[in-house]
Design a binder for this molecule. Structure first.
Ligand SMILES: [Zn+2]
Length: 203
């Protein structure tokens, strides 16, 4: 079962018009831009998990109806419900996987970049001030790369508490300062408040 963006788009148009709302009205209610609404309605995107509940509340429909692009009768409801939610979850999982792969590339490139500039500054004849400038430049760029990679580490997927199995997204500060082995970090669980090694999971 795949999400049919065009069907969902038409459904949103119909439900919006039934509520006598313009794209601007709807955008205001959802705190998104008019462009976003138009993107959904033309099948170039679907609402994300943050806006979905509010949108469905406005239309008086369920999330599953929205993701199927139609209102259900009671009997249909049970059948169609589960699949679409799982699919939306899958979309997030795939994008998280891509982000985490990108994080490795960014981290790797940052280190290579710094090493090459350091080698250049060490082996080529040049005035000392230039040598220092090159190394400072290399350090700055690779720091930015590493901080960016850590940002990805924070937002993609979840960490799971080894004591209570609570899944959560940590703050950037937590991720930045936590001891870690690969993607497993020593952090304080927001649920049970115990410190432990928390593993990164995609779902
Ligand atoms: Zn916990």
């Amino acid at each position: 079962m795949r999400l049919d963006y065009n069907k969902i788009g038409n459904f949103i148009i119909n439900e919006r018009k039934a509520k006598k709302m313009t794209q601007v009205d709807l955008a205001k209610h959802l705190y998104v831009s008019e462009k976003t609404i138009s993107k959904w309605e033309t099948g170039r995107g679907v609402p994300d998990t943050n806006t979905l509940p509010k949108l469905c509340e406005i239309f008086g429909i369920t999330i599953n109806e929205l993701l199927n692009g139609e209102r259900f009768s009671k009997e249909e409801y049970i059948d169609k419900a589960e699949g679409k939610l799982l699919e939306l979850e899958e979309v997030k999982q795939n994008s998280d996987k891509r982000l985490l792969a990108m994080e490795i590339v960014i981290g790797f490139l940052s280190v290579i970049f710094l090493l090459s500039l350091t080698a250049l500054a060490s082996f080529l004849m040049m005035p000392d001030w230039l040598r220092i400038m090159i190394i400072v430049f290399g350090l700055t760029i690779s720091m930015v790369g590493i901080l960016f990679a850590l940002k990805i580490e924070q937002v993609a997927g979840y960490y799971i508490c080894s004591k209570c199995n609570h899944k959560y997204v940590p703050t950037y500060h937590q991720v930045l300062w936590a001891l870690h082995v690969n993607r497993t970090r020593y952090m304080k669980c927001p649920h049970c408040h115990k410190r432990a090694w928390h593993k990164k999971v995609i779902k």
